[in-house]
Design a protein around this ligand. Sequence first.
Ligand SMILES: CC(C)(COP(=O)(O)OP(=O)(O)OC[C@H]1O[C@@H](n2cnc3c(N)ncnc32)[C@H](O)[C@@H]1OP(=O)(O)O)[C@@H](O)C(=O)NCCC(=O)NCCS
Length: 183
Amino acid sequence: MPAKPSHNPNDLSFPKILDNSDDTSNFSCGKKEIDEFIQKQAFSFQQQRLGITYLFHQGADLVGFATLCMGHINKHKIAAHDRLTQHVNSYPALLIGQLGVCNGQQGEGVGTYICDFCFDRAIRLSQRVGCRFLVVDSLESAVKFYSKYGFTLAPKQEKEKQKLMFLDITKRQPTPGGQPTDV
Ligand SMILES: CC(C)(COP(=O)(O)OP(=O)(O)OC[C@H]1O[C@@H](n2cnc3c(N)ncnc32)[C@H](O)[C@@H]1OP(=O)(O)O)[C@@H](O)C(=O)NCCC(=O)NCCS
């Protein structure tokens, strides 16, 4: 699948890893649980090595973030035709634990740019440790966004509040122009 150009990277600063100098208290993407996470929990989460949060700024404004951690996907969670031929039950993955774009910037390509960054991290990771998929537990309202990016919705999740989605990183071309390399 050809990767389509996302938000103009020149508009956004290099993503920066959250630290205790960052004020995330005013960030709002409109989803309460995601806002509470970035406003109140992300830093302690990170200190406990449960997830690293990357902040994306436009000028001085925090416009989006993603929290990444190690993950996996059980082969039985995905349709037979999407499984790998190797006989392993669990495929290594990079998990997008949280992702949000601030209210005023939604629909401008920032979310796609953040996904490009996450995808690029998964590719880099896969050159050092096993990592075959990028996965996310998507809110129902974000399933179309991730689908457009190239994620596949795992089957049989009608009753689930969050929807498991996966992207085989060998089936997507790297982002044109690459991604920032300093974090
Ligand atoms: C979902 C979210 C991350 C998308 O980020 P964004 O910057 O608005 O998305 P983009 O501008 O990069 O959109 C890329 C494409 O997806 C589409 N899209 C984005 N959000 C969508 C949604 N909720 N439903 C349907 N399509 C959507 C856009 O229209 C665009 O389509 P196009 O390429 O045909 O123009 C953002 O809206 C957000 O933070 N929402 C609230 C929090 C959330 O749901 N986070 C995900 C939790 S798992």
